[in-house]
Design a protein around this ligand. Structure first.
Ligand code: AHR
Length: 658
């Protein structure tokens, strides 16, 4: 054999080997399958990690109504400050009176520390409002934004004066513009002059809230929600629905109406972990059910409220029957569900529909689903859920009821839960799985064999808990992306999904991973956020069959760590293929788009990193973000063939016009 022959032989062998190694997938673009629900790839909001007060909710003042059990928590007072409790708001009766300190060189006032400080942005306006009265003639206060760490120069960097003109309680307002960005400012209020002034519901809000709503949301955080294009928005939790005990469960009726009169509630996460202990974690309910519904509308997601089933947190109370409402005492809880449906959807002539209209939304919120119980399990739950199902279905037969299968992703308790939900004819079952890497890599066929006649699946809380450390980093997000091909492939049975908690304050978190992290002035989106976004923005309308050697591509043996799924979008007339290479080496892929002919260029979106531990951070928020590109599609004999060399540890989606 001469050199040229040898070279040709080597090349031929190499070509054959290369071909043999290529991962050939078939997508039948003509076999349009199950509808992908609009609710897919939603979000789960819980007031955990300071997600609401101190986070999404725009309020910057902590304990604004002096209702914390230690009434002045969050406040530092000086001079002659008196706490009183006969204020104008029945359910929030506390307030303070600032009086003459008794010497012209002394001062009376108070300072609010905010949530891990008060964050303000350069050039932004802030609305200071307060309910006040000056019983002995006009009183004056000075309101200041201060830098508490400044020494030797003026601490105040923005401020305004405000005259309290009436001896009766009235609401006052002044706008303060911040000349600089400061993540750790304080709000200081001085009494000016001799006349006493009483202050209640002391509030500081950015003027520019999301969609400019009163009592609105922090703009950057809410915008991040909208930008993910969520299909469903589940709120308000999570374990806070249950509360540490029934007294501290989430009660939606306390969260509507004027904010000044919404009673405070202890947050379930206040004392859960001694290593992450936040004794000042309370819920002002300023972000309440009305605001949640409006927000769902504003971000284009279907609302999914979750209500208490008459049970305190099962993790904290276990099998203690006495911790939960007795079966014959469930009526008020059931009534809460019925009234909520009326609040959301009822005509404005109904009791609760009128309340919604009075708050500013005469049109119904079109709620179609209600969660009853969060992550409950066992007989204790089933026997309580039953009367809820009967009562809700009797009054609102079309309302979809979301039950739960508990905290286990499989196993005995999980099976029992599903069986009970089927028997009770729940419409959907909320499954939760916080699991390690191996679970995600081995669960690529989880939903293949689910009963197609039973309730639909709500994968309502899930995240890959990486390396036992449970933090947001690239590798875990990639495995989530891989697992999600199974959600997509089984869209006939999986109707809703939502990732683990949405928000976490970098200084105040109790639980991770989370989708979006923030401090008082900045935020970043985790890599998992981008995974969710890539799915949500490319969910298509119908599933297409995708196979490799006749099998679904779900990381099975011989599939080189690949996961894949495909959909078509009937509106944009596109085929969208998602492929994840979880392996440590690049993988050649060759995708036969059966039913299509001729050459094309596919648009691609890629999420990749050569460091599995890499993460986005406040200082480097865009270290790993989706990148756009293109891929070639050749005209094959029987189909259009998309070929690519998929880098190691990469999620790439391809969009091909029909
Ligand atoms: O997401 C944090 C907690 O995890 C939720 O409150 C609960 O539903 C789950 O156990």
């Amino acid at each position: 054999m001469n050199y040229r022959m040898l070279t040709s032989a080597v090349l031929l062998t190499a070509a054959l080997t290369c071909k043999a190694q290529s991962n050939v997938m078939d997508v039948n673009t003509k076999k349009v399958g199950a509808v992908v629900q609009n609710t897919m790839y939603g979000m789960f909001f819980e007031d955990i990690n300071y997600a609401a007060d101190g986070g999404l909710y725009g309020e910057l003042v902590k304990n604004r109504s002096f209702e914390f059990p230690q009434s002045l928590m969050g406040w530092q007072t000086f001079g002659n400050v008196e706490l009183k409790n006969d204020g104008p708001f029945e359910r929030c009766p506390h307030y303070v009176t600032l009086s003459d300190p008794g010497h012209r060189d002394r001062r009376t006032g108070l300072v609010n520390e905010g949530y891990f400080g008060i964050g303000v942005l350069k050039g932004e306006e802030y609305r200071f409002t307060v309910w006040a009265k000056a019983p002995k003639g006009t009183g004056r206060i000075t309101v200041q934004l201060i830098d508490p760490k400044t020494m030797g120069e003026r601490q105040e960097f923005a401020g305004a004066k405000l005259d309290v003109k009436s001896a009766e309680w009235e609401k006052y307002e002044v706008i303060i513009k911040s000349p600089k960005t400061h993540a750790d400012a304080r709000l200081r209020i001085f009494l000016d002059g001799r006349n006493a002034v009483s202050l209640e519901h002391v509030s500081l809000f950015p003027v520019n809230t999301f969609k400019n709503r009163d009592n609105g949301m922090r703009r950057d955080l809410a915008q991040a929600l909208a930008d993910q294009h969520p299909g469903v928005f589940r709120f308000p939790g999570g374990c806070i629905v249950e509360g540490t005990d029934l007294a501290t469960r989430y009660q939606w009726k306390n969260t509507i109406g004027p904010v000044e009169n919404r009673p405070l509630n202890q947050n379930r996460w206040l004392h859960t972990f001694t290593h992450r202990f936040f004794p000042d974690y309370y819920q002002s309910y300023g972000l309440g059910f009305y605001e949640y519904f409006v927000l769902s509308e504003d971000i284009g997601a279907e609302p999914l409220p979750v209500l208490n089933v008459g049970m305190a947190c099962q993790f904290q109370n276990r099998n203690d029957e006495k911790a939960h409402a007795a079966i014959d005492e469930l009526q008020p809880y059931i009534q809460d569900c019925l009234d909520l449906i009326e609040f959301a959807n009822g005509d404005t002539s109904t009791t609760w529909g009128r309340k919604r209209a009075e708050m500013g939304h005469p049109a119904p919120f079109n709620m179609t689903m209600i969660g009853v119980g969060n992550e409950q399990w066992d007989e204790m739950y089933f026997k309580r859920l039953e009367p809820f199902v009967k009562a809700i279905k009797a009054r609102y037969p079309k309302m979809r009821i979301v039950g739960t299968s508990g905290p286990d992703s499989e196993g005995k308790m999980f099976e029992i839960g599903w069986k009970a939900m089927k028997e009770m004819k729940a419409d959907l079952v909320d499954e939760h799985f916080y699991r390690p890497e191996t679970w995600f890599l081995n669960s690529g066929l989880r939903y293949e064999n689910y009963d197609r006649k039973g309730p639909k699946v709500f994968a309502g809380e899930y995240a890959c808990h990486g390396k036992g450390k449970k933090w947001n980093h690239f590798e875990t997000s990639l495995y989530e992306a891989a697992f999600m091909t199974d959600l997509e492939r089984n869209a006939d049975v999986v109707w809703l999904t939502a990732y683990a908690p949405l928000f976490a304050h970098v200084d105040g978190w109790q639980w991770r991973p989370d989708l979006i992290w923030f401090d008082n002035t900045r935020m970043f989106k985790s890599v998992s956020y981008y995974v969710q976004q890539m799915y949500a923005m490319n969910k298509g309308t119908n599933v297409l069959p995708l196979t490799m050697a006749g099998k679904p591509v779900a990381g099975q043996e011989g599939q080189n760590g690949l996961f894949a799924s495909a959909v078509t979008d009937r509106n944009t007339r596109e085929v969208i293929v998602k492929v994840i290479n979880t392996g440590k080496t690049p993988q050649p892929v060759s995708i036969n788009l059966l039913g299509m002919k001729g050459e094309r260029t596919a648009a691609t979106v890629t999420l990749t990193s050569d460091d599995p531990d890499a993460e986005n951070t406040l200082d480097n928020p865009e270290r790993i973000v989706p990148q756009s590109g293109t891929a070639r599609c050749e005209a094959g004999k029987k189909s259009t063939v998309l070929t690519d060399n998929l880098p190691a540890m990469t999620f790439r989606l391809y969009k091909v016009k029909m």
